[in-house]
Each structure stands twice: as C-alpha cells, then as structure tokens.
Design a protein around this ligand. Structure first.
Ligand code: NAP
Length: 250
C-alpha cells in the first residue's frame, strides 16, 4: 500500500551496504513497495543474488564507500534511468576489529571504521544530495546507532563514528531545512545481522555467540519497517530520528 511520502512505485532508491543485514532487508522492503532499488556494496556476487529476487527495476553496483573515486563516480556509473535518486539509505558500516580496549586494537582497523562509517557516509551523501537539491525532491536516511547516543567500554572508535553520524545527520537536516529534502537518522539497538561476525573478521561462530548472549534482539526487518515508516510520511512531516530497541532490553 502506498503512503503519502516519497516511497511511491517507480521511485529510485539507493541502499549502500545492501548485500547483508539491515541493508538487504531494506532493499527488499523498498522493492516490495515498487521502488527501483540500486543495491550497492563491495560484494557484487551477493548483490546480484539479492537483485535477482527484487524484480526488473532493481540494479546491483559494486561500491566501496571507502574508495573516494568509486563513490564520487557512483551516479555516472549507474544506468541513465536510475541516476535521479529519490531515496538514499546510507547504511554501509562495520566495526571490524572493534569491541576491544583502545590500545588493543590496531590503528588500521580503527581508521577503517572511521573511513567507512563516517567518511564513506559523507562521500555517499555528497554524491547524491546535489542531484536531489537540483530536482527539489529527496529523502536521505542515515544509519546511526544507539552507540551514537551512549558509549560503552571497547567502543572508542565505533562510538565515535556513530556520534559523528548523529551530528552530521542533524546538521544535514538543518542545512536543508529551507528545501524539500528530508533527512532522517535511524538509530537501531542490537540487531541480528552479520555485523558481529564482521567485527571478528568474519568469524560467524563468534558473531552468533554474541547475539545469543542477549535475551532478545531485533531482526533486520524491524529496522527496514522503521525506514519505510519514515519514508511514508507526507511532505510536511520529517521523522528526524528514530531509536529502535528490543522490548526486553534491560
Ligand atoms: P552487516 O550485516 O554486517 O552489513 C553491513 C553491510 O555494509 C554489508 O552489506 C557490507 O557489504 C556493507 N559494507 C561494509 N563496509 C562497506 C564499504 N566500505 N563499502 C560499501 N559497503 C560496505 O551489518 P548491519 O548490522 O546490517 O549494519 C548496517 C548498518 O547498521 C551499519 O551502519 C551499522 O553500524 C548499523 N547498525 C547495526 C546494528 C546491529 O546491531 N546490527 C545496530 C545499530 C546500527 P559488503 O561486505 O558487500 O561491502
């Protein structure tokens, strides 16, 4: 069912980090609503698999948001009919090598988290927002985290990255307050994805054990629903931030 917002059949949506977890669930949810979804991440084979189930309008494109040339040229690398992006879900992110005391992590892992979660997200927005402004139409959704609201031991760099996403998104909304561009930050709590495994360089046993140590966690579809809700609002309404956490979290 179509809402009053920008998520109408035929709308073009770009989802970064679409090959897994929240991004994949979001791509499916947007495609189910008739959007033509551009699915971007580093793993093209996984994107091709995803896109095969999303209908004729969907498109897979290889994108490492840590690669500035690739991100800057993203729009011109898309088929012409998919360049006018209506919806950006800037979701790509990781905590590779994280969740450890600051001195015990490597500087290259720490820098990699900032490069993807912060600089990569900024690059992605910079590639897409000018077109939205020129067309007078667009909705940017960033994936922050509750790790951008409060800190925890071992979170030095991931917390810093998500605090940065929160500040950046808030200013983006203020910068474009006089335009029709809408900006939303979604701040999920713990969600069962590949995120915890990627923190341990892809060790899925450690990832599963981490999630299983909590009484209740969210599923990627729960976050995709929140994103769809934000996109479904009528033009006068901006969902500025949405914090989504498991009900039985202590
Ligand atoms: P996930 O299952 O590990 O998925 C992460 C996605 O990001 C993958 O599709 C990965 O694809 C992509 N990615 C990573 N680095 C990239 C890069 N340099 N360039 C392009 N794509 C890249 O994790 P997730 O939980 O869905 O995470 C999605 C977002 O939600 C992240 O921003 C994360 O910080 C945030 N979040 C997650 C949770 C949680 O509990 N899971 C909670 C709050 C916020 P490729 O490997 O194919 O590039």
């Amino acid at each position: 069912m179509a809402g009053d917002g920008i998520l109408q059949p035929g709308a073009v949506a770009l989802v970064t980090g679409a090959s897994a977890g929240i991004g994949a669930a979001t791509a499916r949810a947007l495609a189910a609503r008739g959007a033509r979804v551009v699915c971007a991440s580093r793993n093209k084979a996984r994107l091709d698999q995803l896109v095969a189930g999303l209908g004729a309008g969907a498109h897979a494109i290889e994108l490492d948001v840590a690669d500035s040339a690739a991100t800057e040229s993203l729009i011109e690398r898309l088929p012409e009919g998919l360049r006018a992006i209506d919806i950006l879900v800037a979701n790509a992110g990781h905590d590779l090598g994280g969740r450890r005391r600051f001195d015990e992590g490597s500087v290259s892992d720490w820098a990699g988290i900032i490069e993807t979660n912060v600089t990569g997200l900024i690059r992605t927005c910079h590639a897409v927002v000018p077109g939205m402004l020129a067309r007078g139409r667009g909705h940017v959704v960033t994936l922050g985290s509750i790790a951008g609201l409060t800190t925890y031991p071992g979170g030095s760099i991931y917390n810093a990255s998500k605090f940065a996403v929160r500040a950046f998104t808030e200013v983006l909304r203020k910068d474009y307050g006089g335009t029709d561009l809408r900006v939303t930050e979604i701040l999920p709590g713990l969600t069962r994805t590949e995120f915890a495994a990627s923190r341990h360089h892809g060790d899925s046993t450690k990832g599963t054990a981490y999630y299983d140590s909590f009484p209740e966690i969210l599923e990627p579809d729960d976050i995709a629903r929140a994103i769809v809700y934000a996109l479904d609002q009528p033009p006068r309404v901006t969902i500025a931030q949405m914090v989504v956490v498991p009900t039985h979290e202590s």
